[in-house]
Ligand binder design. Structure first.
Ligand code: MOS
Length: 692
């Protein structure tokens, strides 16, 4: 079992790691944004005179003097509104002017002096009032409606039917490093240092907007201080920094304020999901219906793909899933860890718990009874699935057999709950370059972003095992479009795809040297009179994967203690057991799952971005007002993996896990609270006042 300490750790801990805004660029000028204060409407006029007269100000760019850009869709843009191009305001917080000044303070001050007047200001629609529409545009991925069998017939012959509506809240990613960009032009060559999860996506979008070849755009981003989806697509800061650099002929630095991160880098939209389950008395599902609506901004129809798990988790002769959106007035949502199944399993796994209670069947057994032989929606075989082992092993580690109908310790109402975790197995193209020198030093170059998940250590493991060297011989360089491209550190796909690309490149080095396992590569290179041998490698998902249902799985067990008088919920222990293909680096994998579980704890008990309905504005736009779990909220977390390999998902047998851990935790906690208190709370987060 490999457990490798991350090579990027010392640089991060000592402050030597260079993040986007840390980059020292000579003669850089600073940008600050003036943003809209209306939910939607028009910019009637902008008075820039006071700002232009302020000390240090070089220019103020608005719709009257911005270079025109061609339209681009979302994605790759976070939303399809390109800043400053028109007078139309689509959401509160939309940039309406950009100030350039010699210092950050001068820019920020002058941005407050830009005077904007508005017309045609609209009255915002809130989530409960907007018109429901079935997405007509393409969904983010996957179909908006999936059906098999006859759900009404299945419900008619069921002995028990449960139906309930569950809601999840607007949530913000809040990475510690806000988005930031430094951009400059050399003739028609654009260079940007930017905090992004995919330099490839940023490169492609900028090339498209400025109508230059991709090779003319270089995006550099070795380290990302957290992303969680907020930096996956291209948001206004990147475009505006490049625009301002072009307009001014200077290097421009634009760092989002924490408040701007709440409207200019996406969020997870609130959802309302109705699940109907029918089952026979012995627990066999006869029907699953899962209909979901999420809040979408007016600008684009962002669809939260919540219903996937309902199509692949449980055996049922009839399944009906449907995704709809309500277009309302707010900034644009985007994928946020864990998207899709993150909010989606809150509904399905809470409903499964309700069904278990109705049937008088243990909730673990109910899942086992409904384990399908193949993907229930498509009939395709599973590439690898050890969900039942996860359930059994998790129950064992947790001590589930000792669960009693009522458990109490003094003033604490004790509840034990569980739920299933799962994520769709995204796969994307990736590439890498491996160079072995005659002194045995190995360099791997990959365009991927290190967002904290530990990819450099994973590359060391794969390169070392393929080349027959020590992981410490392998130096990993990353985060630059000058290196071979990676689709992005997004969608939990790097473990499968990037490791396959590294393995391909390293294997190709072995072939060039005609080396056998155990050979000294340095010796072979030296004997050949070479200084180094280098190969590029790549991997992309092939069509054969389409013949399989490729997902990841897990089972989460939690104990909650609810103060009987105060309603205060504590979560002293959580057990998670996962089935996600080969685990390349157990140390990093355990850290990922632990972080994901804590993220799920936030979803269950704390995180909610409150929208002011009359302004279409998120009220709390700082880390004091957006509450996430801190150490004192986190108890014992026990993470294990089922040993397996998924060679259909990836030639290295691995699948991504970055987001899997954040699924299932929310419903497991809600189910545990029901067990503790008898209260079924169907709206996350569950807070003290819900339990009083
Ligand atoms: Mo993830 S929401 O694709 O960073």
């Amino acid at each position: 079992m490999t457990s490798l300490i991350r090579p990027d750790g010392p640089a991060k801990l000592t402050g030597a790691a260079i993040y986007a805004a840390d980059t020292q660029v000579p003669d850089v000028v600073h940008a600050a944004l003036t943003t809209a204060t209306i939910p939607f409407g028009q910019v009637a006029s902008i008075d820039k005179s006071a700002a232009l007269a302020a000390p240090g100000v070089l220019d103020v760019i608005d719709h009257t003097n911005v270079p025109q850009l061609p339209p681009l869709t979302s994605p790759p843009l976070g939303h399809s509104v390109i800043p400053l191009q028109t007078t139309q305001v689509h959401y509160d917080g939309q940039p309406v002017a950009l100030v350039l000044a010699s210092t950050l303070e001068q820019a920020q001050h002058a941005a407050t002096l830009v005077s904007v007047s508005y017309s045609d200001v609209g009255t915002p629609l809130a989530f409960g009032q907007g018109a429901a529409v079935i997405p007509s545009g393409p969904a983010v991925y996957g179909p908006p409606v999936e059906r098999t069998g006859d759900v009404d017939a299945g419900l008619a012959r069921a002995d028990k039917v449960v139906q309930a509506t569950y809601t999840t809240s607007d949530r913000h990613h809040s990475p510690i490093e806000p988005s930031a960009t430094i951009a400059w032009w050399d003739d028609d060559q654009l260079t940007v240092h930017s905090s992004v999860q995919s330099s490839s996506i940023a490169q492609g979008a900028l090339a498209g907007l400025f109508q230059i070849p991709s090779e003319h755009v270089r995006v550099i981003c070795p380290y990302v201080g957290g992303g969680f989806g907020a930096k996956g697509y291209v948001w206004p800061h990147l475009v505006l920094a490049a625009v301002a650099a072009k307009a001014s002929g200077r290097a421009v630095k634009l760092v989002m304020t924490r408040a701007q991160m709440f409207s200019l880098s996406g969020h997870q939209p609130e959802t309302s999901q109705t699940v109907t389950l029918g089952a026979t008395a012995d627990g066999k599902l006869t029907a699953i219906r899962h209909h979901s609506i999420n809040a979408a901004a007016r600008v684009d129809m962002y669809t939260e793909m919540t219903t996937g798990g309902s199509t692949w988790l449980y055996d049922s002769p009839a399944i009906d899933t449907e995704l709809r959106v309500r277009q309302v007035d707010r900034p644009q949502p985007t994928p946020m860890r864990a998207p899709a199944e993150g909010p989606g399993l809150v509904a399905l796994e809470s409903a499964m718990d309700e069904l278990a209670v109705e049937l008088g069947i243990d909730p673990v057994e109910l899942r086992v009874i409904n384990e399908p032989p193949a993907d229930p929606m498509t009939g395709k075989p599973f590439s690898a699935r050890s969900l039942v082992q996860c359930l059994r092993q998790g129950a064992e580690r947790f001590g589930w057999a000792d669960r009693k109908p009522q458990m109490r310790d003094g003033n604490s109402l004790i509840g034990w709950g569980m739920a299933v975790s799962s994520m769709n197995g995204f796969r994307g193209s990736s590439s890498a370059r491996v160079r072995v020198s005659s002194d045995g030093h190995v360099v791997v170059e990959a365009g991927m972003q290190e967002i904290g998940s530990g990819l450099p250590a994973m590359i060391q493991v794969i390169a070392a095992e393929t080349l027959g060297c020590a992981p410490s011989d392998v130096e990993v360089r990353h985060g630059d479009t000058a290196f071979p491209p990676h689709m992005g550190t997004i969608g939990s796909m790097s473990s499968g795809s990037l490791s396959a690309a590294v393995q391909d490149a390293a294997s190709s080095v072995m072939e060039k040297l005609q080396a056998q396992p155990g050979d000294s590569l340095a010796g072979l290179i030296d004997a050949a009179g070479l200084e180094f041998v280098e190969s590029d490698g790549s991997w992309a998902p092939g069509a054969e994967g389409n013949e399989y249902s490729i997902r990841t799985y897990g089972a989460v067990f939690v104990e909650v203690r609810v103060d009987a008088d105060l309603g205060l919920v504590r979560v002293p222990r959580i057990v998670g057991v996962y089935s996600a293909g080969r685990i390349i680096n157990h140390l990093a994998a355990r850290s990922q799952m632990t972080g994901g579980i804590i993220w799920g704890l936030g979803q269950a008990l704390l995180e909610k971005s409150v929208l002011e309905p009359n302004l279409g504005r998120f009220l709390s736009r700082n880390l004091a007002g957006y509450v996430v779990p801190v150490n004192a909220d986190v108890g014992d977390i026990d993470v294990t993996f089922i040993e397996e390999e998924d060679r259909i998902a990836s030639p290295v047998g691995a699948k991504g896990i970055g987001e899997l851990g954040a699924t299932g935790v929310g419903p497991a906690i809600a189910n545990a609270i029901h067990h503790a208190t008898g209260r079924r709370i169907r709206s996350l987060p569950i807070r003290i006042h819900d339990l009083l």
